[in-house]
Write a protein that binds this ligand. Structure first.
Ligand code: ADP
Ligand code: MG
Length: 227
């Protein structure tokens, strides 16, 4: 059998924050390898650095030292503009609090990544229509987010995260703000639209059920990854 291909390499990543004049180390010599097609779950106590790690992988935040290599591109060697472009092109996000834009309709929220990428041609619109159907919100296209339930908002967020066909989906506690039933629905959708579709996903979660859709479960403990 062929060896699995490396998708992301995280090497000796170090990150601290200044807090009341004191440095607080959050990540220290964090090392991990993610393989192509993997759905990975990252567990860890509150404050252990999970969100910080996702922000580094997406290039929103910068490492202090170490490397984050995604399909051969070392994000830590790119300037901010190049990191932003890389993110728009390659990454889809799902957040605990959905983060939809309140002044845009469901449809406008979903197609936003396409507009940022300058990809609003037929193919992109077709993908957006398909995703709208996949998440069961066909009849809510013109609705604004504040008219939707939490579960529905998260379904919009899933469609938005996938519309530009990103290399990697990052989900930060995607069921953290939903009741059990809606949490299950969201996990089933993520399972179908990312894991079964062979997409790369890294999901931070507290929810053991969420971890059960992952091919791989890791933990961040004392600033490092442990398997
Ligand atoms: P988790 O997502 O695992 O709950 P976070 O990555 O959000 O944890 O936070 C890890 C630690 O880093 C916390 O102690 C938090 O207060 C601190 N932290 C995160 N972001 C910042 C920031 N921008 N400035 C200062 N401290 C931060
Ligand atoms: Mg967090």
């Amino acid at each position: 059998m062929q060896d699995p291909k490396v998708f992301i390499e995280i090497r000796n990543v170090h990150k601290s924050f200044l807090e009341g004049g004191k440095r607080r180390i959050v990540l220290q010599d964090a090392d991990a390898v993610f393989y192509e097609g993997e759905t990975a779950a990252i567990l860890g106590k509150s404050g252990s650095g999970k969100t910080t790690m996702l922000n580094l992988i997406s290039g929103i935040d910068r490492v202090e030292s170490g490397a984050i290599i995604i399909r051969g591109t070392d994000l830590t060697q790119l300037n901010e503009k190049a990191r932003t472009l890389f993110r728009r092109e390659n990454i889809g996000f799902i957040f605990q609090f959905f983060n939809l834009i309140p002044t845009l309709t469901v449809w406008e929220n979903i197609i936003l990544p396409l507009e940022l990428k300058g990809e609003m041609q037929k193919e992109g619109r077709q993908r957006a229509m398909q995703l709208l159907e996949d998440v069961g919100l066909n009849d809510r296209q013109q609705t604004f987010p504040d008219r939707l339930s939490g579960g529905e908002q998260q379904r919009v967020a899933i469609a938005r995260a996938l519309v530009h066909d990103p290399l990697l989906v990052l989900a930060d506690e995607p069921t953290g703000n939903l009741d059990e039933e809606n949490g299950r629905l969201i996990l089933a959708l993520l399972d179908r639209l990312t894991r079964q579709a062979g997409k790369n996903m890294i999901m931070v979660t507290h929810n053991p059920e969420a971890a059960s859709i992952a091919n791989r479960v890791m933990r961040i403990h004392e600033g490092r990854f442990v398997e």
